[in-house]
Design a protein around this ligand. Structure first.
Ligand code: NDP
Ligand code: 2IT
Length: 444
């Protein structure tokens, strides 16, 4: 049996009941076959694949907090520190009732390769909790965040592990987490990114994932003789990534006609009104029904359905496994030319295969959504030199990083005879840098 198949079998046995983690590992290892086959003897001896699929450590802890009725609530907290070969662990914190070890491990594993692709010195990690922020008061959010950090602070630090936001974690939560860390440790350090601008945050971090997704998509289209201007775009999600993806797509001359949240979706043939969407989601933290109520051109539908709308470019920006095989078929039937992931692993393995086999340009999230973590690394640089860069400076660095990521993975796909397969290109390019560092650092 080949080394890849042997390790896939071992990883499946060791991680039973963790479908998202196994899905992510399968996608990566399958596409690494050409590199692994070219180096099989060395990688086997050094147990590279066994080591890269096993986190450095997995921390799980109790998070007790008191709700507004005086009732003690208990959630489970996680931080998975996956690999720090090329820099301190770096990756977001997710607050969502679906969070479990499998989801945090898949996200941490993906983060290793994504962070490597940014070309910046950051390792991979991820964390979060099954806490549901929906409907909670500000005081309850603060109580949860303070309790979460009261345990997490032991394991993080500016040179050790630097968390940030993800689903359910934005500026408000990062503020409460930072305040509690500072209070416990008594040091003022860049231990989190996505901070407010008055206390060490970077301009353009809020916009970075969505903007970066569009810079990447623009470059991918350009390299394939297409232009984003004039294209019709379908976006899913209505959170941080989706909002700034919509905004940048519109600035580049595209028309975005959909967005969605966990209860329903909007079809707005005149183009999404970003200012209204921001008001509904960022300020009021309300449902998309409120968007539809204020926008005569918008139709609101319950449930899922974004991918049934005809578009040239599809940008899934909500969550994992939200674009299924039937959705891929509908997109292809409607003539889609590109799918670029803003979320982490939003497209199932079968849907990805179907899109690629039908000639759709497919950008995997670990490449196309890397702008968020890349800008987090720029925030770390600014914190280290105790300076703040202008919006234009950060944005232009972000754009360069995204354009470079595209060309690095395009080159890697060509080098291994997989031209046009950007999944293979991203995995190979991300993997090579981490493996070189692992080999240099010995068995650790
Ligand atoms: P937000 O919490 O800001 O927004 C998430 C959006 O997706 C919301 O509109 C939410 O709906 C919707 N959503 C979440 N879960 C589900 C679900 N199970 N079914 C349907 N809709 C759902 O998160 P982000 O925008 O930050 O993150 C979105 C994705 O992007 C995630 O996969 C995240 O890992 C990834 N990502 C985020 C980065 C960042 O910098 N923030 C960087 C790179 C990737 P509702 O409003 O109803 O909650
Ligand atoms: O998935 C991701 O890359 C993020 N949620 C951002 C992580 C970060 O450290 O900025």
């Amino acid at each position: 049996m080949g080394y890849v198949d042997e390790v896939l079998e071992k990883v499946s046995k060791k991680n039973e009941g963790q479908p998202e983690f196994l899905q992510a590992v399968t996608e990566v290892l399958e596409s690494l076959r050409p590199v692994v086959e070219a180096n099989e003897e060395l990688y086997r001896k050094e147990a590279i694949l066994e080591r890269i699929t096993e986190p450095d450590r997995q921390i799980m802890f109790r998070v007790p907090w008191v709700d507004d009725n005086g009732q003690v609530q208990v959630n489970r907290g996680f931080r998975v520190q996956f690999n720090n070969s090329i820099g301190p662990y770096k990756g977001g914190l997710r607050l969502h009732p679906s969070v479990n070890l499998s989801i945090i491990k898949f996200l941490g594993f993906e983060q290793v390769f994504k962070n490597s692709l940014t070309s910046l010195p950051i390792g991979g990690g991820k964390g979060g909790s099954d806490f549901d922020p929906k409907g909670k008061s500000d005081r309850e959010i603060m109580a949860f965040c303070q309790s979460f950090m009261t345990e997490l602070y032991k394991y993080i630090g500016a040179d050790m592990d630097v968390p940030a936001g993800d689903i359910g974690v934005g500026g408000r939560e990062i503020g409460y987490l930072f305040g509690q860390y500072k209070r416990i440790r008594g040091t003022y350090e860049g231990v989190l990114t996505g901070k407010g601008l008055t206390y060490g945050g970077s301009l353009a971090r809020t916009e970075a994932t969505g903007y970066g997704l569009l810079y990447f998509t623009e470059e991918m289209l350009k390299s394939n003789g297409q232009d984003i201007a004039g294209k019709t775009v379908c976006v899913s999600g209505a959170g941080n990534v989706a909002i700034y993806a919509i905004q940048k797509a519109q600035q580049l001359g595209a028309k975005v006609v959909t967005c969605s949240d966990s209860t329903g979706w909007i079809y707005d043939p005149e183009g999404i009104d970003v200012a209204l969407l921001k008001e509904v989601k960022e300020v009021k933290r309300a449902r998309l029904t409120e968007y539809a109520a204020k926008r005569p051109s918008a139709q609101y539908h319950e449930g899922r359905g974004v991918w049934t709308i005809k578009c040239d470019v599809a940008l899934p920006c909500a969550t994992q496994n939200e674009l299924l095989l039937d959705d891929a078929k509908a997109l292809v039937a409607n003539g889609v030319i590109a799918v670029a992931e803003g979320a982490n692993m939003p497209t199932t393995l079968e849907a990805t295969k179907y899109l690629q086999e039908n000639g759709v340009l497919f950008a995997p999230g670990k490449a196309s959504n890397a702008g968020g973590v890349a800008t987090s690394a720029l925030e770390m640089s600014q914190n280290s030199e105790r300076l703040s860069w202008t919006f234009e400076e950060v944005d232009s660095k972000l754009k360069n990083i995204m354009v470079n990521i595209f060309h690095n993975l395009d080159d890697a796909s060509k080098k291994y005879g997989k031209e046009g397969d950007y999944v293979a290109g991203a995995n190979i390019a991300g993997f090579e840098k981490v493996v070189n560092a692992m080999l240099a650092q010995g068995a650790c």
